[in-house]
Write a protein that binds this ligand. Structure first.
Ligand code: WT7
Length: 677
């Protein structure tokens, strides 16, 4: 693989030298109850049976009308799954369970405050709340099918209720991760062209009550400057009868949802019959340029895929208590806290706060109290739990049958601790590789029919046919032992439909790289480029090595280096900025930020922290640089390009290789000295 300037290659190289790990078997007890024990499923989902095989997933849902064409490729590579079919996502996640399960818990809401009792929302109650909010969105906010609305909500039940109310009406919801800043929220309001913002007064996090409403004021003001008017801000209250934000409500613009709901008591809204190919939501993610991409997900294809993978990969049964400890503000939460589990009629846990608050035992007390049997989290959380309380899980009486890891590669050592200590050597682990764009899992073992191998995601799931290409488009098989660009040969129902408002970027980022004929309407000509380096072992298991683009994976979430760089360039003193990923024991990678200053400015601690704060303000605390290095100059090529690869090597304490061809090789020693001190 050609060496990239980003420093990502070194990460890949380490992984390539990992040794093969020993397999582990799922227990007979697990297999005996599993949803999918049929080993021939992969034959049923072979390329010969593509695309018809995906009817099996669609049939997990209730349709108003079946599709005319299972896969319409006429606008390749914008795929239309189940084209002409009619369906409603909220109906599938709520209404259809009422007959049998109306009295069953749909959502267990766990406040961060342990003194507050867990709230158990039944399917009947979810139905009532979703309908009343839908009535409000329609009659008060004037929203209708096809409109976009931005949600900036943290982890309380108000978020899934709002999402489902939107889905009921065919309103496209665009949820912005609650931890993102007002600025980041504004960018998404502008891009999605939302006239309405839905937010909350505040929430508990890490032992504090966060004033969230103030972000809405920032977001609306910044959006206005860019020509996007938000006429209504709808504000949930964390506690229905109180308003706890110190930021006042703005008259004529801000409205309390909890107050307004009193006018909609008992209102019922017929679910709108949506076309399968109508968009359900946008989820923004980072890419190589500064602007986040609005991944547009479909109604029918997305829901079918999220539901099918929830059922077969996470083995969710209606009687299970399922806890995914991600945030609904990311794709993981959309697919695997809200849509997948609720479509299956399971009970899904929503936990408001920090996993280790107030102490290392919190997660296990929740698991014990609710008798959670399926647990889903990310390597960064597993590492943190291992650090703060390696012996904690044994003290609690809970038993998981299945556990999921997602978001970044997991080290085999960490995997084994997850298995032995959190899983008590009973739970099957699935390491699921996928992306915001893909709607659902792509590679993973099937829990009852494949063996587990620590550190490897696994083979392509049923109907997913991955392939690794080198830079020239040659296939790299297991014999080559080489890493390359992982692609998927075929479309699948969960795949995003386009980048909102930017089809060209969609085609060029994801489909142009290995397409042989741009006019082709045949899906075989359009392999999907995931943007990850990977290799495949002889057993057909894929090992994911990291991003091939300018993206840093912090705690399993993507941050574009360009986003961070452009935020620091907004500080007047800064002349140049370069961001590189640094390996971190807990978070996988974190950003290091190098800046040089305009003439006449002095490097000070105060300036460095101002730059750091500027980045947090622009994006959110998740993007906070490990360190801001103010340097006299950047290492540059003779053509003036900043050599991020060299900065990356310095930050990671690695060999910088040959720097002699630089325009200014002397700067390298100077920076090295500074960083190693
Ligand atoms: C990137 C996608 C998809 C949910 C959360 C992140 C990395 C994801 C794994 C895994 C190794 C993984 C990839 C991917 N990634 N899952 N199991 N093993 N790497 O969504 O923010 O869209 O990030 O996360 O690099 O491209 P995202």
């Amino acid at each position: 693989m050609a060496e990239k300037e980003t420093g990502q290659l070194s990460e890949a190289q380490i992984a390539v030298h990992w040794r093969e790990e020993k397999y582990l078997h799922p227990s007979t007890k697990f297999i005996a109850q599993a949803n999918m024990t049929d080993k021939t499923i992969c034959d049923r989902f072979s390329l010969d049976n593509f695309p018809d095989c995906f009817k099996e997933y669609a049939d997990l849902l209730d349709w108003y009308k079946y599709w005319d064409t299972i896969l319409d490729t006429s606008d390749a590579p914008c795929w239309k799954w189940f084209a002409g079919g009619k369906i409603n996502a909220a109906y599938n996640c709520v209404d259809r369970h009422l007959d049998k399960h109306k009295n069953k818990t749909a959502i267990h809401f766990v406040s961060e405050l342990e003194s507050e009792r867990i709230e158990h929302i039944t399917y009947q109650e979810l139905y009532v709340r979703v309908n009343e909010v839908a009535a409000l969105l329609q009659d008060f906010a004037g929203l209708k099918k096809g409109d976009t609305v931005t949600l900036h909500l943290p982890m309380t039940p108000d978020l899934p209720i709002t999402m489902l109310a939107c889905a009921r009406l065919g309103i496209i919801h665009c949820e912005v991760f609650g931890g993102f800043s007002g600025r980041a929220c504004a960018d998404r309001i502008i891009d999605s062209k939302s006239n309405v913002l839905i937010t909350i007064d505040g929430y508990h996090r890490g032992g504090r009550f966060i004033d969230h409403k103030k972000n809405a004021d920032t977001a609306v003001n910044l959006a206005k400057k860019d020509g996007q008017a938000v006429d209504k801000v709808l504000v949930w209250h964390r506690y229905p009868e109180k308003y706890l934000s110190p930021t006042p409500m703005v008259e004529g613009r801000d409205y309390s949802i909890n107050d307004l709901l009193k006018n909609y008591r008992g209102k019922r809204i017929e679910p709108v019959q949506m076309l399968a190919e109508d968009p359900l939501f946008l989820m923004y993610t980072s890419g190589t340029t500064g602007k986040p991409k609005g991944c547009q997900h479909s109604t029918g294809g997305y829901l079918a895929y999220a539901t099918g993978t929830s059922k077969y990969v996470q083995d969710i049964h209606p009687e299970d208590v399922y806890w995914c400890m991600a945030d609904i503000g990311w794709i993981t939460g959309h697919s695997y806290i809200v849509y997948g589990p609720l479509a299956l009629g399971a009970s899904t846990v929503i936990y408001e706060g920090v996993p280790t608050y107030p102490d290392a035992g919190r997660c296990w007390r929740i698991a014990e109290e609710l008798d959670v049997n399926i647990f889903h989290t990310a390597p960064t959380v597993i590492r943190a739990l291992r650090k703060v309380g390696p012996d904690e899980p044994a003290k609690y009486n809970y038993h998981f049958k299945l556990m999921t890891t997602v978001g970044e590669p997991i080290e085999p050592e960490v995997w084994r601790w997850y298995y032995k200590v959190i899983g008590k050597s009973e739970a099957v682990i699935v390491d699921t590789w996928w992306q915001t764009e893909t709607g659902g899992f792509l590679c993973s073992t099937m829990p009852a029919t494949n063996l587990m191998k620590p550190g490897s995601a696994g083979p392509g799931l049923p109907g997913i046919h991955p392939v690794i290409y080198d830079e020239d488009g040659n296939e790299l098989n297991a014999e080559t032992g080489a890493a390359g660009n992982i692609c998927i040969r075929n479309p699948w129902p969960g795949a995003f439909q386009t980048i909102w408002g930017d089809r060209d970027r969609y085609v060029s980022n994801y489909y142009a790289r290995y397409c042989k004929n741009k006019d082709s309407k045949d899906w075989r000509d359009w392999p999907y480029l995931a943007g990850d380096a990977a290799m495949v072992a002889k057993d057909g298991y894929f090992r994911i090595l990291g991003r091939i683009d300018d993206v840093i994976n912090v705690s399993g979430h993507r941050l574009g280096t360009k986003e961070i760089e452009s935020a620091s360039l907004d500080i007047v003193e800064v002349a140049e900025a370069a961001v590189v990923p640094v390996a971190d024991d807990m978070k996988g990678t974190v950003p290091d930020l190098y800046v040089s200053l305009k003439p006449g400015y002095e490097p000070t601690e105060e300036l460095a922290s101002r730059i750091s704060e500027g980045v947090c303000e622009a994006i959110g605390k998740i993007a906070r640089p490990r360190k801001v290095w103010i340097v006299n100059d950047m290492p540059k090529t003779r053509s003036g390009k900043i050599m991020r690869r060299i900065l990356g090597a310095i930050s990671n304490g690695k060999d910088i290789g040959d720097a002699s061809t630089l325009a200014n090789p002397e700067i390298v020693e100077e920076i090295k000295k500074k960083v190693s001190n």
